[in-house]
Design a binder for this molecule. Structure first.
Ligand SMILES: [Cu+2]
Length: 318
């Protein structure tokens, strides 16, 4: 029996309502959060070692690396980048945790401009973020990078960590304007979290990473590059688990050294059996011996530490 006009109309309204309901439900599961994340591109001097050596960096929010962004799988990130008129160069933002159009969202903005975009962090893991303004090799080398952690929605997807750290490896080029040296891989040092031997207690001003024996220490590791591969290894230990890209589904066990390419990341779990010092290094020794050693110091009275300890290296007063 054919429907009357009013029956047809009602069916349409019902169908539209169902469509709206389904799309809302799909877009916002009950537990998912929305995060407003803003960053400012800041061209500024930073201190890169315990001796007070300064470097003309380009940064997100004034530090190298930029701030750690932490969300949960399924969350929405509303991101805004500001490039103040006080800067001299265009800048951009590229989140490896996002699956969105590159041309529209990751384009460089001029000084005095702002850009906003939205993405859903659909895959759990540890992801790189960086400036993509040309020449990208220079924007990354000068410090425009950081880490975003996307925690798995199911916390039971992997063992609970007792302690967590973020380490971002990058190359240091003495002359921040020598782009050719960057193309030629002529780096002068390799840094963890923007410092040469930043977590090496035997070096002037150096810090350390604390842990207690028996703890499961989780290192969220990002290789910013711009060019070198990291061969991440714990001296005196073995990685109990390595999660490629930090996804609990990618679980490798009993790994001595794991290669993390530029622009990639992995999560490393180590259960430290006994008290002592365990240097975490890139076993590419030209990098380790020029700055990329972070000492994990295990002792029963270890105190809690921040996710990304910033050793108190400050610019000397002018
Ligand atoms: Cu930039």
């Amino acid at each position: 029996m054919p429907m009357t006009r009013s029956q047809l109309f009602q069916a349409h309204v019902l169908w539209l309502g169902m469509l709206l309901f389904t799309s809302l439900a799909a877009a916002s599961p009950a537990s998912a959060k929305v995060h407003e994340v803003s960053m400012t591109a800041i061209e500024t001097d930073i201190v890169i070692d315990g001796g007070g050596e300064k470097y003309a960096a380009w940064t997100f929010n004034g530090t190298v690396p930029g701030p750690v962004v932490r969300v949960t799988e399924g969350d929405t990130i509303n991101f805004t980048l500001t490039n103040p008129a006080t800067n001299k160069n265009p800048h951009a933002m590229d989140f490896h945790a996002a699956e969105i159009d590159f041309l529209k969202n990751y384009r460089a903005i001029n000084t005095g401009e702002t850009i906003s975009f939205t993405f859903v962090a659909r895959k759990p893991g540890i992801f790189f973020y960086h400036c993509g303004a040309p020449p990208m090799i220079q924007h990354v080398a000068r410090g425009m990078f950081g880490a975003i952690i996307v925690d798995p929605k199911d916390a039971k997807a992997w063992p609970k960590a007792d302690r967590e750290y973020v380490l971002v490896q990058s190359e240091y080029f003495k002359n921040p304007n020598d782009v050719q040296a960057m193309f030629d891989r002529k780096f002068d040092g390799v840094m963890f979290n923007g410092g040469i031997f930043k977590y090496h207690p035997f070096v002037t001003g150096g810090g350390k990473l604390d842990a207690k024996p028996g703890e499961r220490v989780r290192i969220y590791f990002v290789n910013a590059g711009p060019n070198e591969f990291s061969a991440f290894h714990p001296i005196g230990e073995i990685w109990d688990n390595v999660y490629e890209s930090g996804n609990p589904a990618n679980n490798l066990k009993g790994i001595q050294t794991y290669v993390v390419g530029p622009g990639s990341a992995a999560t490393f779990d180590v259960v430290v059996e006994s008290a002592g010092a365990y240097p975490l290094v890139t076993h590419s020794l030209t990098g380790a011996l020029r700055g990329a050693i972070a000492v994990l110091l295990a002792s029963p009275d270890a105190k809690p530490m921040p996710l990304m300890p910033m050793v108190p290296w400050e610019l000397p007063a002018k």
